[in-house]
Design a protein around this ligand. Structure first.
Ligand code: 8ID
Ligand code: ZN
Length: 350
């Protein structure tokens, strides 16, 4: 017997704040499941959504944010046959896609024009009961620690996919920019597990200690370095710079810098989504040094399963701090100040 009402964090106007209140529990449609979200990670995307940072409309307000939700399947629609009540499951940013367009056919589901986005175009995981399309729900093995796994559902999938997109190979070096934040701290560990050396770039002693503990080979403090480009190059064995750069910072400037410290033929993978940012690079250098610039946007269902498998093998220890769902706004306040080392995970029962 499911409750008809629940606690949720609701965005009622652009710019926030998020309001903790009681709202109705929705019923899943025929191809959907209802998940009792136990824990949800807080991604910087949730803050961008509340602030109206992007040139993409959310669903009409009110909006329930959140897209790193780990929980238990408690109801399913009549067409759903491959996931059982009681199974552990995760709601990710890609809540659903059409599964039949040319992008979906090619497993580029995040590029589907009809994609549904959790906590953005549909209500997300900052509530006790959330809905997702069964085809896209992440399958989580029984016995998994739901609090620890939650951040894998966006941050983990995204950085794992991004590292693959960088084409950096085992034994080579990647720069992770924004390395002390949620995506960055997890990226260090995926890189390490994939046999890749990570140069971590971020600010402050807490983030430096975290990055080095997680396995970064070097930490560069962008607030203290007098010459980021020279420092990054100097941190690679031949002084030529890293083979790839994973940009998960929420500022425009480091995107420009990366094109300068990448070694020739290096790949810049843009993941962070700072508001109103543009990327410019010198055309001459880009040509004669054969620099690659690309974007990477979450991951498909196979990336999801693979990212979760790295977690299940004990290779990824998400550095998370726990807090009640009722305290979400305080997490946004810290995030806005770039004061979070690692990830916050909210407990929907508090
Ligand atoms: O699919 C995608 N492309 C995707 C998926 C998930 C998240 C994209 N994102 C986007 C988010 O919307 C956000 O814009 O990735 C970005 C990072 O998300 P996050 O990791 O959740 O944010 P955070 O925890 O606040 O970490 C950001 C870090 O960047 C550092 C900050 O100190 C912080 O630790 N940073 C900044 I701001 N400027 C920097 C700079 N110049 C910097 N680090 C290095 N150099
Ligand atoms: Zn996210």
């Amino acid at each position: 017997n499911l409750p008809t009402e629940q606690w949720a964090q609701v965005v009622e106007k652009v710019g926030g704040p998020a309001t903790y209140k009681r709202i109705p529990v929705q019923q899943p449609g025929p191809d959907e499941v209802l998940i009792n979200v136990k824990y949800s990670g807080v991604c910087h995307t949730d803050l961008h959504a509340m602030m109206g940072d992007w040139p993409l409309d959310t669903k009409p307000l009110p909006l329930v944010g959140g897209h790193e939700g780990a929980g238990v399947v408690v109801a399913r629609g009549s067409l759903v046959t491959d996931i059982e009540l009681g199974d552990l499951a995760g709601i990710k940013w890609l809540n659903g896609s059409c599964l039949s367009c040319s992008y979906c056919q090619n497993s580029d589901e995040s590029l589907c024009k009809k994609a549904l986005l959790s906590g953005y175009t549909v209500d997300g995981t900052f509530q006790e009961y959330a809905i997702a399309k069964a085809a896209h729900v992440a399958r989580i093995p029984k016995g998994t620690n739901l609090e620890a796994v939650a951040p894998i559902l966006c941050a983990g999938i995204t950085v794992y996919k991004g590292i693959k997109e960088s084409l950096v190979r085992p034994g080579q070096t990647i720069a992770i920019v924004g390395a002390g934040g949620g995506l960055g701290s997890i990226a260090i560990q995926y890189a390490k597990a994939m046999g890749i050396h990570a140069i971590a770039i971020d600010a402050g002693d807490e983030k430096r200690d975290l990055c080095l503990k997680l396995g970064a080979t070097t930490f560069i403090d962008f607030t203290k370095s007098k010459d980021i480009v020279a420092d990054v190059k100097a941190a690679t064995p031949d002084g030529e710079g890293p083979y790839g750069a994973l940009l998960v910072a929420v500022q425009e400037k480091p995107f420009q810098q990366a094109t300068c410290y990448l070694r020739s033929k290096g790949v810049l993978v843009c993941i962070g989504l700072p508001a109103n940012a543009n990327l410019s690079a010198p055309v001459f250098d880009t040509v004669v040094r054969m620099i690659n610039i690309k974007g990477s946007y979450v991951g498909n269902r196979a990336d999801t399963a693979e990212a979760l498998d790295f977690f299940a093998r004990g290779l990824i220890n998400v550095p998370y701090k726990s807090i009640g769902l009722s305290q979400l706004q305080s997490v946004y306040d810290l995030m806005h100040e770039a004061k979070i080392a690692g990830r916050y995970v909210v407990d929907t029962s508090k």
